[in-house]
Design a protein around this ligand. Structure first.
Ligand code: GTP
Length: 359
């Protein structure tokens, strides 16, 4: 098998995360708290557990936040370097942009917003066994229509890259993790925007490069939308998705030691409660993510929602399937549902008014 210690990891974390706004107005998507850790930390722990130690982060939007938090990576047993794009270069441009930092012949590239627990060493094994130029992790999903499909031949060689289609010819989709032979990265045009999915992969195929798929049915979720974010966090808390950071601590809820949870509170469905959050008596919180320093007043019901840092949910309010932005205040007895997104700092007064984006 390709030696993981002789493999670089590159993680793309420069996107603006627009589908998760307003959570990503001030915080880049990979740094959002997911099961009480920045999402990226779960991926870094998996990379470390696989035996890879050199990691390069391709950053752009809010680039400084990553280095401030992870530093040189030594606390995690990793060596982390950062390459900043002044103007975002797209997924392919970002990979090309870290070329000078690479040390090894095998380069494992990750989208920084995918939650998965596939065996990374098995992907490296396929790459070596096939003597591939590029190996893509392909995951089999029950409904492939929302993703790019990648059919392969009997030997696992990739035949095509297809955009989203209503009638996909295969259930294998691009899982956003690739092993590149380093020279191939040098062929991506430098210093301009390049989409690896739309431009580089089709070109590698038409050039006759050896592009293989590593296909499995492992846990996989693109954390790009609020409903995926909330379910991904819940899956981590419950151990449905495995993270080395949560070994021995999975269950119905994960509560930071510094959070204050009053008596008679029901926490279930993989709810995560962050640092310094306060939950008043009689609340019921199901399958939700409560960020640091949020306050939930007595008797509130929260389901399948994200409550961002420093926000306040009033007594007996009911929040279902919503995103409450940083520092927002939702009055007592309000009812919010149906995918509503409340922008940071917005105040909704106490009056029990019903708001729904379904209307
Ligand atoms: P949306 O705006 O909601 O689509 O999210 P996004 O900006 O994160 O885009 P997308 O989900 O397609 O990106 C997949 C991964 O690539 C994410 O981890 C992004 O952070 C990363 N990414 C996307 N574009 C760039 C870029 O231009 N530069 C870098 N360094 N990373 C990028």
């Amino acid at each position: 098998m390709a030696n993981p210690q002789e493999t670089d990891a590159v993680i793309l974390v420069g996107g603006r995360g627009t589908r998760l706004r307003p959570l990503t107005v001030n915080t880049p998507k990979p740094m959002l708290p997911t099961a009480n850790y920045p999402f990226l930390q779960h991926l870094l722990a998996r990379i470390k557990a696989a035996g890879i130690t050199h990691v390069v982060l391709g950053t752009s939007f809010k680039a400084e936040v990553f280095e401030e938090y992870f530093g040189d990576g030594s606390d995690l047993g990793l060596e982390i370097e950062y390459v900043v794009e002044e103007e975002a270069l797209g997924t392919g441009g970002a990979i090309r942009n870290v070329y000078d930092k690479l040390r090894h012949d095998n380069v494992m590239v990750f989208n920084g917003d995918v939650l998965g627990d596939t065996d990374l060493n098995a992907i490296l094994h396929t790459h070596e066994e096939k003597d591939a130029d590029l190996t893509m992790h392909l995951v089999r999903v029950s409904d492939p229509r929302a993703f790019g499909c990648v059919p392969t031949d009997k030997d696992g060689r990739v035949l095509e890259f297809l955009e989203k289609t209503e009638d996909p010819p295969t259930d294998q989709v691009n899982a956003g993790c690739y092993v590149f032979r380093r020279e191939l990265i040098e062929e991506i045009p430098a210093d301009r925007v390049v989409s690896v999915e739309r431009e580089s992969f089709p070109k590698f195929l038409s050039d006759g490069r050896k592009v293989y798929g590593h296909v499995d049915v492992s846990y996989w979720r693109d954390m790009g939308r609020p409903d995926d974010f909330v379910h991904g966090s819940s899956d981590l808390v419950r151990g449905v998705a495995h993270s080395p950071l949560l070994e021995g601590r999975t269950g119905e809820a994960l509560v930071d030691d510094s959070a204050g949870v009053a008596g008679g509170v029901i926490l279930l469905g993989g709810t995560a409660v962050g640092r310094g959050a306060e939950i008043g008596p009689g609340c019921r919180i199901d399958g939700s993510v409560i960020f640091d320093g949020a306050t939930i007043e007595p008797g509130a019901t929260i389901k399948d929602s994200i409550i961002a840092a420093g926000s306040r949910i009033g007594a007996n309010a009911r929040i279902v399937d919503c995103v409450i932005g940083e520092g927002a205040q939702i009055g007592a007895r309000c009812e919010l549902q149906g995918g509503m997104r409340i922008w940071p700092g917005v105040m909704i007064p106490d009056n029990g008014v019903r708001f729904s984006s379904d209307a």
